[in-house]
Design a protein. Structure first.
Lengths: 201, 201
DNA sequence: CGTGGCTTTGACCAGTTGGTCAAATATTGA
DNA sequence: TCAATATTTGACCAACTGGTCAAAGCCACG
């Protein structure tokens, strides 16, 4: 069967996606070449194209995989939980992702900066709906006096921007901090910031 | 004289840089082509190369121009001023830059994400020194009880990340906010956040 | 074993890329 | 006005790009 995923197929597809992530996250789609991906994967170019129809197919597969992990933490916010804890947990989780999956973050950043040609619909569809739901929850918390009044959308942007900054601008952050590990101070700072913004007096 | 900058030279160099900014800020250096820049500039490709030695020269010229404007607001922070006002003024200025010069922000973001191959030294040199100086000032303010204790480096990262987010992730922000102007709420939110973080009770 | 399908590859292709160059065309100053 | 200079361009090039293909190697299973 041409269809069955043999062990070799599974392995090589994974190898190629790993290589694609490495290359695409640094140079973006247009700035990357199949030769680069092939080299990073340790496979020949025609061999890449035996497993994926095209350069585009590799990139698209990566984006699809990424989007799952990207949206999931948002869904994990519990409207029934303790507001400040919930938001803090979300922010911490995003920060962890930046620390442990910086290439995924950069892949996403590259795609967005370039105008999100392939995921624009997800952004204005699925993502927007999700954020709208969370916004209602946060507004509810504020109305109940459980957090200080805050614009939920910009609160979410704050969390996104700061956490992803440590992944996307890694080079700059490290250039400034020198030997200090960015993620040590980041977690503490993020918590202080969000508490200052949210915690009712 | 081949040297003299005639009116035509001045004008065409400016046209090319404007076109280069447009193209490079969206696709990054490697993802952009001279033909794209030429088309955006309304000039032929060989004509571009009459004014700039190479694709690289255009890009480098843009980066150099950008770095000036990028570092300048940091220098404008006045150690003698009122702490919260100074920091708020800096943040507001950065936000204004994101609003009015989003392409410059994206050009910078692209360069950093790709590992800052051309400006790495500026980051770990000039920029780092500048930030170190500001950090001392902020620490001084904190020690004097004029602001709450805060990690100055992560405070600066917070301001950078959030303000630049509105430029770099413009597509995503607008996808979520729909018709609402991002910069309306952003300014208010940014101020609230920084006051919550900094203002001594 | 051997054979049929899975996997890999070298050779190749057409289109694109950054860049060159000589010739043509504007522009300027005496 | 006209020649010297500045500007513009069409034609071209070698290197690189994503992608194809037929042939060769490899492997499991009868």
């Amino acid at each position: 069967m041409t269809r069955a995923d043999t062990r070799i197929q599974k392995k090589n597809q994974a190898v190629i996606l790993e290589a694609g992530l490495k290359v695409f996250s640094q140079y973006g789609f247009r700035g990357s070449t199949l030769d680069q991906v092939a080299e990073a994967a340790g496979l020949s170019k025609p061999n890449l194209l035996y497993y994926f129809r095209s350069k585009d197919a590799i990139y698209t597969a990566l984006l699809a995989k990424l989007l799952e992990n990207w949206l999931e933490p948002l869904r994990a916010i519990d409207p029934m939980g303790e507001p400040v804890d919930e938001i803090l947990a979300y922010a911490t989780r995003k920060l962890d992702m930046s620390q442990h999956f910086p290439r995924e973050s950069r892949l996403f950043a590259n795609e967005i900066i370039q105008g999100a040609p392939r995921i624009g619909e997800v952004l204005s569809g699925e993502l927007r709906e999700l954020v709208d739901e969370i916004a209602v929850v946060i507004d509810g918390w504020a109305a109940a006096g459980r957090i200080k009044p805050v614009d939920p959308y910009h609160l979410i942007f704050t969390i996104w921007s700061l956490t992803q900054h440590y992944a996307d601008f890694d080079v700059q952050v490290r250039a400034i901090l020198g030997d200090v590990d960015p993620f040590d101070g980041a977690a503490t700072h993020l918590e202080a910031m969000l508490r200052g913004l949210l915690q009712p007096k």
